[in-house]
Design a protein around this ligand. Structure first.
Ligand code: ATP
Ligand code: MG
Length: 465
């Protein structure tokens, strides 16, 4: 295991990208199903660049509120020990760039139905972000600006997600300042990005057009050019070879879609990602379907078997460690209760023995009935203590882990303040109904909850009163 970073335990380094290092991590206080997480740490050399950081944080703040199945979810962002970071959903899989490279080595291409499946999912995510509005219904005008195959992640389960909205603007600025140091990172920019004129959502459509062209032809469009200047020049001025000249067998409708996305003038392109997606889906409908969506996950696993096995082991180990931690915590508390209750029982026993001795010494006449009542009373007291301590053998208790969003909410069980704040563990009887309530500032939440051996987690999103 690596070091702890803020509220996260880093587990393994995934990659070093243009501006950041990516780690697989787990939250130290969250439930097992909230992991794993990806932590993107901005490289130290960029952590002192105020312009980039301002953009990074401003965009992270906006993107944090976007939730869509084709966009990598950002959970948290901030600064820890002078290093800026983003905590986001970990996509257990590969980026599209790596997949295409691997296929290229094998002189293979992705099957057409998978190309369309991937690009339509990407367009769906982009369209959602392009249309995002704030609470007052004002468009946020989000544009990704850094759409390239490395920022499309495909999981081993076949999920397709766009990443890096949070730093797109900062990344793009870094690129335009010729600060990337990475050859070929300009190869997916739009003509308007290269000329520095106004950009809008149609810029992302051009970038997706390049990705689609490259997936279909198996050839790069601009990446092979030998300088960033040459790439930008070509994007702005060179005619793109019509795809049907490279691929005479291509469905003419598909060729039309690709070339429309690649128009140099944004007015001639698709106006929205959804328009392009709809046209693509018309072709998809006429293709052979993969009804269970099994082809994509099978292909990615087949291309990267050792990565799949290695990361599965790391994730499983982290989950086991998490469970062990939880288990030991629980055992610790139960032992505590055990020791306390044993002590009380022993004290009761001693007290009774002393009383008995005194009674013997005084040789007083004690009726058999009152002696029995005393014993019964003692047993009743012990019973009450045991019940209070939850060690009645008939009553099964278990630890229930309670989270809220936001965290730090006071927890009330059946109307009584537990004195605990989320995240916390509560000891509750199994199969008994509880009313659990949360309060934090002007936010509240509540639910009826019946703990069972399979149901030991509560996650509550608080709402304004
Ligand atoms: N949330 C994530 N889950 C899983 N892997 C990720 C995640 N985010 C990034 N990665 C992996 O880490 C790689 C590096 O990411 P990073 O964004 O820093 O660089 P890049 O995408 O290669 O280039 P760029 O700086 O242009 O975005 C990605 O290409 C991807 O393979
Ligand atoms: Mg990236």
């Amino acid at each position: 295991m690596l070091e702890k970073f803020d509220n996260y335990q880093l587990l393994s380094k995934i990659a070093t990208g243009g501006m950041a290092e990516i780690y697989l991590a787990k939250h130290v206080n969250s439930p097992i199903n909230s992991m794993p997480i990806a932590i993107k740490k901005v490289l130290k050399k960029y952590s002192n660049n105020p312009t980039l950081l301002k953009m990074f944080l401003a965009e992270a703040r906006i993107i944090c509120n976007i939730s869509h199945e084709n966009i990598v979810k950002i959970y948290d962002f901030g600064k820890y020990e002078e290093q800026y970071f983003i905590a986001m959903e970990y996509v257990f899989g590969q980026n599209l760039g790596a997949i295409l490279e691997k296929l290229g080595e094998k002189k293979q291409k992705l099957p057409l139905n998978l190309i369309i499946e991937i690009i339509s999912a990407v367009l769906c995510g982009l369209d959602h972000a392009h249309n995002a509005q704030d609470r007052n219904g004002t468009f946020l005008n989000i544009v990704h600006l850094d759409m390239n195959p490395n920022n499309i992640l495909i999981s081993y389960e076949g999920k397709i997600k766009v990443v890096d909205f949070g730093i797109a603007n900062a990344n793009y600025t870094r690129k335009l300042r010729n600060d990337s140091g990475i050859q070929g990172t300009y190869a997916y920019l739009s003509p308007e990005q290269c000329s520095g004129t106004a950009v809008d959502r149609r810029s992302d459509i051009f970038s997706v057009g390049i990705i689609l062209y490259e997936m279909l032809t198996g050839q790069t469009l601009y990446k092979q050019l030998d300088s960033d200047m040459a790439i930008m020049n070509a994007i702005m001025n060179d005619e793109i070879e019509p795809i049907d000249e490279l691929m005479p067998d291509i469905d003419p409708k598909l060729a039309e879609i690709v070339m429309k996305a690649l128009e140099k003038d944004p007015n001639d392109r698709y106006a929205t990602a959804m328009d392009m997606r709809e046209d693509l889906l018309r072709i998809y409908n006429s293709l052979e379907f993969d009804p269970n969506g099994e082809m994509l996950p099978a292909l990615v696993k087949k291309l990267f078997p050792s990565h799949f096995i290695k990361m599965t082991k790391i994730i499983e180990q982290a989950q086991t460690e998490y469970l062990m931690d939880e288990l030991f915590n629980n055992i610790g508390e139960l032992e505590d209760i055990d020791i306390k209750s044993k002590k009380r029982v022993e004290e009761e026993k001693k007290k009774k023995e002393n009383e008995e001795k005194k009674r013997q010494q005084r040789k007083s006449i004690i009726s058999k009935t009152s002696f029995a009542a005393g014993i019964a009373g003692g047993i009743f007291i012990i019973g009450m203590i045991l019940k209070f301590l939850f060690i009645d053998p008939d009553v099964k208790v278990d630890m229930v882990t309670v989270f809220s969003e936001p965290g730090g909410a006071q927890i009330f069980v059946n109307g009584e303040d537990t004195g605990k704040k989320t995240p916390a563990s509560l000891q509750l009887e199994l199969n008994k109904q509880y009313i659990i309530e949360f309060r934090k500032d002007d936010m509240i939440g509540g639910l009826e909850f019946v703990p069972t051996s399979d149901n030991r987690y509560i996650r509550m999103v608080l709402k304004k009163r």
